[in-house]
Design a protein around this ligand. Structure first.
Ligand code: SAM
Ligand code: SF4
Length: 490
């Protein structure tokens, strides 16, 4: 059986794309391997959002140069965003690469591998440039989502479902619209069918994916508004449509665009019991001048009002955010405004990034990267400290509360434990909080009630509520009750 090594960098979209690549290649007889040494095909599914992610791939490719010389039959491929953006650079920096395949062409990989082998020449498959006619570009980004492969998921009961491709927002710092193409929503019936298929494979939690998932609209909104009363399907309608899929227990969706956080969506989150009260809504900055430069299309006042609206409509909702520090022109004053938003925002957590100028974006073209690296680093650390204090406060609210956790499996510290001691497990609440507790690894995939008794900025700790577990066969629990009732370690 030919062997495939696949390394994935970047966002959830890339994780999903990798699952689809594996699904496609398994149908051609491939099996996965964990090392490059014995692989017949070595693929890197890449990310271009920040320079650091690209540097990692070039280093990995550099390390493979010797390997390729020694094993000329091994096919090496660069997939995804970097392939779409930098084919010339890849050719120059890594001439031993055999395939360069963009985000919209992944379904062609089996044929590309064959051609690379047959001809010994570089195979390139890329989506059309955004400047071509929109319809043509959309067709070049055809999705092949139904080819799923459960073995590529972190576990068999959680899965991503893409509901949108691409982005039309063009935030000035962001490369995504050029590498992922124009925004396209998938038809609701296709999405519903995929959710049913996943539920049939044992998936309990699905996360709907889109760069701006709450802008979902099918058929797409024509420029200039609605057509003669035809509203189309919005994200709230889609949530209603998939809500009653048998087997699905939880529905999440990421990432939200602040401007599109409409009341109908918030009401759907409040009223549909399987939809989790968790919203990831990146703010990027707390300073209006920066938001304008970033072309985010809202002010910080709008963002704060939106946070209030989310909390009014969905009681106990957990909200997380993204921030960029050191964007062009960010003064100490601008940064102080971002600190104030993080202090007041009551975010469950925030992802904080140092601005990384991306050639090909408006930001790179228009503005100098004028915040020195050491200032970016300091602001990054300062903002993290503020967010960590806020996260700790948010987490402490749960001490003494009972929460429902979907068990994901052994925690990352489980391997450090003594043999014979109960296993440390991890899972997430409906509000996406990470919970660590002791239990039997066979509980993975089950919903459990946990009493929370401790918290850090990152994690809640607790104990399984014995005798009140949900959906676990009684005989299994009888065997494990003694172990899972033991007090928590670490
Ligand atoms: N579509 C999502 C949104 O609008 O929030 C986010 C997509 S992007 C892949 C994820 C995060 O990366 C962004 O929210 C932003 O904070 C960060 N990011 C994007 N471009 C960046 C850049 N050039 N430098 C640093 N961070 C960046
Ligand atoms: Fe990038 Fe902005 Fe689109 Fe998000 S909304 S993917 S940050 S352009």
């Amino acid at each position: 059986m030919p062997k495939l090594y696949l390394e994935t960098v970047g966002c959830q979209m890339n994780v999903l794309d990798s699952e689809l690549v594996v699904g496609g290649l398994r149908r051609h007889g491939y099996e996965l391997t964990e090392t490059t040494e014995d692989a017949d095909v070595i693929f890197f599914n890449t990310c271009s959002v920040r320079q650091h992610a690209e540097d990692k791939i070039y280093s990995a490719l550099g390390r493979l140069r010797q390997h390729k010389n020694a094993h000329p039959d091994t096919v090496i491929g660069v997939l995804g965003c970097m392939a779409q953006k930098d084919q010339e650079l890849i050719k120059k920096r890594a001439p031993h690469v055999d395939i360069i395949c963009g985000t919209g062409q992944l379904a062609q990989l089996p044929a590309l591998i064959k051609s690379a082998r047959d001809t010994g020449t570089l195979q390139i498959a890329l989506s059309l440039d955004r400047t071509e006619s929109r319809h043509e570009v959309e067709r070049s980004f055809e999705s092949y989502d139904p080819m799923r492969d459960p073995s590529m998921r972190p576990n068999r009961f959680q899965a991503f479902v893409r509901i949108m491709i691409g982005c039309d927002k063009f935030c000035t710092y962001c490369i995504v619209p050029s590498v992922r193409g124009p925004e396209q929503s998938r038809p609701p019936e296709q999405i519903a069918a995929e959710v049913r298929q996943l539920a049939g494979e044992g998936v309990k939690e699905i996360t709907l994916l889109g760069q701006t998932v709450n802008s979902y609209q099918y058929p797409p909104r024509p420029t200039g508004g609605e057509v003669l009363g035809v509203r189309g399907s919005r994200l709230s309608d889609l949530l209603v449509r998939i809500h009653d899929t048998p087997g699905i227990e939880r529905i999440k969706f990421i990432t939200n665009f602040p401007k599109d956080m409409t009341d109908d969506l918030l009401q759907a989150v409040r009223d549909l019991p399987k939809v989790c009260p968790y919203l990831h809504v990146p703010a990027q900055s707390g300073c209006n001048e920066m938001l304008k430069r970033m072309k985010r299309m809202y002010t910080v006042e709008f963002y704060r009002d939106m946070l209030n609206r989310c909390r009014e409509i969905v009681p106990d909702v957990a909200i997380s955010s993204d921030f960029i520090v050191g964007f062009s022109g960010e003064s100490e004053e601008s940064f102080a405004r971002t600190c104030a938003l993080v202090r007041d925002g009551k975010f469950k957590n925030s992802f904080i990034f140092k601005y990384s100028p991306r050639p090909g974006t408006r930001g790179h073209e228009l503005y100098a990267d004028d915040v020195p690296e050491e200032v970016k680093k300091r602001r990054n650390n300062d903002l993290l400290l503020i967010q960590n204090a806020a996260s700790l406060q948010d987490h402490r609210r749960y001490i003494g509360q009972r929460v429902e956790v979907l068990v994901e499996g052994p925690s990352k510290n489980a391997w450090k434990q003594d043999a014979g001691s109960p296993m440390q497990l991890t899972g997430r609440t409906r509000t996406d909080h990470i919970v660590v507790f002791d239990g039997n690894p066979r509980l993975a995939g089950q919903s459990m009630e946990i009493d929370i008794d401790d918290a850090t900025s990152f994690t809640l700790y607790g104990n399984v509520v014995t005798g009140e577990h949900i959906g676990v066969a009684c005989c299994e629990m009888a065997v494990d009750r003694e172990r899972i009732a033991l007090p928590l370690i670490g």
